[in-house]
Design a protein around this ligand. Structure first.
Ligand code: SME
Length: 160
């Protein structure tokens, strides 16, 4: 079986709607969290324009540990409160950063990254981890992107 998700939508809202339904299709009925994170990273990386890293950090005993991703090899462990991912973990708030170089404590895994969005993944009040999407473009992520990526996070929180 092949998965051919070439989502070429006319506008951002439609693109995120198609992406969300493709993601639902990929993860529904699959209980393995690693398989679901791996396919989600691949799907999001292939679909969103101008991204250079898409992946997961998992909450392992109060530390963020690298999970499945697409892009260059990345830092393995991030403490809560460190960098953009750590800020998302501590505050449990989406971090949408226009210029990562101006973000206090930003961890530069790939020097090509200039903007970033990190969505906390929460289920039953527990922080499961974060979904991190990086871009080489400054201010790549708009409010519309935030709404779209948050929706992807909601789908994922149920199956991780
Ligand atoms: N930039 C992130 C670190 C993770 S990587 O970019 C993959 C941060 O400051 O949280």
């Amino acid at each position: 079986m092949t998965y051919d998700f070439r989502i070429a939508a006319a506008d951002t809202t439609t693109m995120y709607r198609d992406l969300a339904s493709a993601l639902e299709g990929l993860v529904t009925g699959e209980p393995d969290a690693i398989a679901n994170m791996a396919n989600a990273a691949g799907l999001i990386y292939e679909t969103l324009p101008d991204v250079n890293w898409v992946g997961f950090y998992r909450n392992i005993g109060g530390e963020l540990v690298l999970g499945p991703f697409q892009g260059r090899p990345a830092c393995i462990r991030i403490k809560f409160g460190e960098g953009v991912c750590g800020a998302a973990a501590v505050t449990r708030q989406v971090q949408r950063v226009e210029d990562v170089h101006a973000f206090p404590g930003h961890i530069a895994c790939d020097s090509a990254s200039n903007s970033e969005i990190v969505v906390p993944l929460i289920r039953d009040g527990e922080l499961i981890g974060v979904l991190d999407v990086d871009s080489p473009k400054h201010a790549r992520f708009t409010e519309e992107d935030e709404a779209g990526v948050v929706k992807l996070g909601e789908i994922l929180s149920r199956v991780l």
